[in-house]
Design a protein around this ligand. Structure first.
Ligand SMILES: Cc1cc2nc3c(=O)[nH]c(=O)nc-3n(C[C@H](O)[C@H](O)[C@H](O)COP(=O)(O)OP(=O)(O)OC[C@H]3O[C@@H](n4cnc5c(N)ncnc54)[C@H](O)[C@@H]3O)c2cc1C
Length: 244
């Protein structure tokens, strides 16, 4: 059983094996993930121990007292708060293994490709199209207000895959590689001089079907998981801005 005392011992073992003062920051974070002390309520093998979420505070307090580095959660808030729970809920085992560790460690930043010029509050009206072509999808459209797109490696993306059914039913959820050809990120400069948001233009972007999250046509349901988690996480988030 994983109780507070067991978690304290496990955390002290991590600190003994990887002293923060002499361990590279990223190596320490990887070791923490592999010890199941990243997010203790996640499953074993995916950075957790299947423990009650409330016990995370025990681990965090031990690590803070020892001067251990954190994963700079404000920098990777969209990944931690929105992409990760969606991948956990709907991803294949392969997707969970591929994406969750670099997401938590902070090696890969995530952004959210939901809002469009004609689909804000009425998100299900989105017009970005994804058309199946063999083992991949061809994606065309425009997103807006995309926080962190300029530093992101991956984007959680919803697109219309069936225009002939009621709007909430014709949407599918994908993981978009922001470095792929056809992805163009343009900054939206604010009056402060900073550019925290972007427009993202998608032109013939090829997304392999292995990067679909959930079933075809189930994107609205999958997106609800993202949005429910967004409501919880967004309060504490700070987005890195481009220099003025
Ligand atoms: C700080 C910040 C960060 C963001 N980051 C991202 C991001 O990373 N990725 C992303 O996809 N999106 C992002 N967004 C976009 C955001 O989540 C919303 O989708 C978007 O702001 C709402 O769309 P809109 O701006 O077109 O407003 P609209 O939908 O046009 O709404 C404008 C106003 O009209 C009101 N309104 C709309 N419909 C109705 C109605 N039927 N009845 C009465 N009133 C109505 C709204 O309440 C609002 O006051 C971000 C927004 C903010 C503020």
């Amino acid at each position: 059983m994983t109780d507070a005392a067991a978690l304290r011992r496990r955390t002290q073992d991590l600190l003994a094996a990887h002293p923060p003062a002499t361990t590279d920051r990223t190596d320490f974070l990887k070791a923490r993930f592999d010890a199941g002390l990243a997010w203790v309520h996640y499953p074993e093998g995916l950075g957790g121990l299947g423990a009650p979420r409330t016990l995370q505070a025990v681990v965090d307090a031990e690590l803070e007292a020892a001067g251990a580095p954190d994963n700079d959660p404000r920098r990777i808030g969209i990944g931690l708060g929105m992409a990760a729970p969606t991948i956990l809920g709907f991803g294949t085992d392969e997707q969970k293994r591929r994406f969750l560790r670099p997401l938590w460690v902070g090696e890969e930043v995530w952004c959210q490709l939901f809002s469009e010029p004609g689909a804000g509050s009425d998100l299900a009206a989105l017009g970005t199209r994804a058309v199946r072509d063999g083992e991949s999808w061809a994606v065309d459209g425009q997103k807006v207000w995309t926080s962190s797109a300029h530093v992101a490696r991956w984007g959680i993306l919803i697109a219309r895959t069936d225009p002939d059914v009621p709007k909430h039913r014709g949407i599918t959820y994908f993981i978009c590689d922001m470095t792929d050809p056809g992805v163009e990120v343009r900054p939206l400069r604010q009056i402060t001089g900073e550019a925290e948001f972007n427009e993202v233009f998608l032109s013939g972007v090829r997304i392999p079907d292995t990067r679909r999250l959930g079933a075809v046509g189930d994107g609205w349901k999958v997106a609800q998981t993202t949005l429910m988690n967004e409501r919880v996480s967004i309060g504490g988030m700070r987005i890195p801005a481009r220099a003025a």
